[in-house]
Design a protein around this ligand. Sequence first.
Ligand code: GTP
Length: 843
Amino acid sequence: MGKVKVSTFAREMGTSDEKLLEQLRAAGVDKHSADQFVNDEDKRQLLAYLRKSHGGAEEEEEPAPSKITLKRRSSRQVKQSFSHGRSRTVEVEVRKKRTFVKRRREEELGEEEREPETVEAEAAELEMEGAGAGPAGVPEEQEAPAAPEEAEAEAAAEEAPTEEEAAPAEQGPAAPAEEAPAQPAEPAAEQPAPQEAPAPEKAKGKKGRKEAYEEEGHPKEEAEEGLESKKQRKKREKRAKRDSRKREDRRGFERPEPQVREVAVPGTISVDELSNRLAMKSAELIKQLFKMGVMVTKNDTLDSDTATLVVEELGHKVKHVSEEALEEEALATEKPQGEARGRPPVVTVMGHVDHGKTSLLDYIRRAKVAAGEAGGITQHIGAYHVDTDSGTLVFLDTPGHEAFTAMRARGAQVTDLVILVVAADDGIKPQTMEAIDHAKAAGVPIVVAVNKCDLPEAEPEKVKQELSQHDLIPEDWGGETVYVNVSAKNGDNIDNLLEMVGLQSEMLELQAVAEGPAQGIVIESKLDRGRGPVATILVREGLLQQGDVLLAGPEYGRVRALVNEYGENVESAGPSMPVEVLGLSGVPEAGDDAQVVTEERKAREISEMRHQRAKEQQIAANKRAKLEGMFEQMQQGEVAELPILLKADVQGSVEALRESLEKLSNDEVRVKVIHAQVGGINESDVNLALASDAIIIGFNVRAEASARRLIEQNGIDVRYFSVIYEAVDQVKAALEGLLEPEVTEEVTGRAEVRDLFRVPKMGTVAGCQVVEGHVTRNAKVRVLRDNVVIYNGQLDSLKRFKDDVKEVREGYECGMGIKDFNDLKLGDVLECYESRETARTLD
Ligand SMILES: Nc1nc2c(ncn2[C@@H]2O[C@H](COP(=O)(O)OP(=O)(O)OP(=O)(O)O)[C@@H](O)[C@H]2O)c(=O)[nH]1
């Protein structure tokens, strides 16, 4: 279709007019002047000639089978927008061109891949021809003279506005398309697009091309349509593909499968932790909670009910677990493994006050010093072991059943055997009975040491008799209980006692695995000024070694040193051995479990979890106490409560005070001792009092310096006493302040309504006669109609004739108005009364 001048065509091909004319002539196109025009047919002829002259171009004899691809042309329109703001709609006809170019050569290849090669190949042919026939220095830009698509593509790629402007419009093809020579890649008849656009377009850019196209007589729109470059098309197609992929992706994202998680919810959980478990942002969770009316922050703790509600609200499932279970799971792998072997028994000495428990323990200890243990027992670590003829025994150094019970209350039973000390001169006493009950409850066998047998008044047989009434039947009486008559004072028969204990424990067949990560129980702990936190651990199983990571209650740490009861550093401690552990992060409590953990990270995590739990439990307990109080108050009808935090010098005082104070409670006021303990008032006491609105009572104790500051800062009510009844009296006074004052009522007079007046601005005024007592201006008044109270209120006005008066006595007439009440009737009785409040006492 393109008709161009020879000179223009020569320029496009990068050759001289003469050379082109020569080639045209050689190809059989009769052209003699550079001003003559060449049409498509001429071009095709030239190309065929050139191919032939370069050999092997037979298959190119025929122009590209463009017709096949043209069919697709008309179908699509694409709106294209440019970065500079313009947009236009173009038809995707170019696609057909591409298809047709490829057809011939690379049928087995994919269309899109083939096309550039095809074009390049064709372009190369022309170039070769140009180079071969023309001057040696053909410029490089000429390499695509007859490859319009490539030229266009490049032009599009270089479509910078400056370039566009720089490209002179007159460089466009001047010749009409119909007479243009054959284009190897273009179907002359059916290709409206400017595929035959000559080489200069490359530099000219789209604008130039467009003008050129219009010059050729195409309507503007068509020109524009045809201007879409191959590269643009490619880009657009790519973009379309990408967009459709995106759309698919987005579709996938927009409609995710609703994922239902099973969320482990322990007793309490922090908002942050719950959001982690829900795999959502904490802000989102807080928002959800907010919607449910729960105002929390990230670090707040939710109870299990709230957590369950929110998890279910979010469409997930709740799995109630205790954190202990999670911990257990984490520690499940930390069990000592191996063959269980015999282990020494752990013995506790119990008995009534002054029956000789301490003396017995001391004697045994002394006996061991005498036996020549290196250095002797230099320190009290809560337990010690002794070697006897019948094996090693481990004694817990805290006599009495309190420690035993306290340990048991914490779920730690370390005692294997109990020595019950009974003074032969005193027999069974209340604490003897308690000791028996505790030992029985724990299922621990008892060996009875009948003590003080050195005393002349000793009656060991009587002790046997008394004890046998409590199921401790002596062996020589056919029972199973071993009795040994001893004297802790002079050591009589102590060896025999130890031997018996040894034999008895043999029968228990106590066993433990002595290798692997140790497990034990904290039996004592303290914060040592020089050594930091120190805990005595009684190893139950495994081997505790220096350098182990030990988790003890909420504390953990790498074991820096192990010290035995002789003050010696030891490398390790096996089953039933007590040993002091240095290196923990804090002081655990007696009765806490101790456990060697292989990974420090795990120990730290569990430690953090336990600390957090302890904190949460404390907070929850405080809150619960308050809530319960409120609930009870509601139930019991306005019960006032006085929370008290009690600290005293000795346990006896604690108990006595607690009891006396709690006894002050009655139906209306209640003393609630929220915490009672032996010791000075410390910061945590003050914090607890603060949280619970409690007053602090210090009995023979004072507040620590840091606690004093906190007390001052928060204005907490702290009272110090040294006499119990004074404390009780003061609390009683405080409670009396809390008692609702007693309200007594006195009827001062009655008046009968004899007449009624309507007074503007005042409402109804009753003309009355005082029939009983007197009425006063400020009196409270009840309206009685047929002896039924129909209104209870206040007098508004009291007049005699037209004057306001303060009081009207019996027999006199008066005018009475009642505040906010006008519905008076003749015959109503107005009962005036006064009410008095009297402070009440607890007596
Ligand atoms: N004669 C004699 N006196 C003894 C014997 N054992 C202990 N005592 C005395 O009994 C008194 C109380 O002995 P402790 O060992 O303190 O008794 P305890 O059971 O530990 O007492 P608490 O620690 O108060 O529970 C002391 O004065 C001892 O000297 C003994 O075998 N013979």
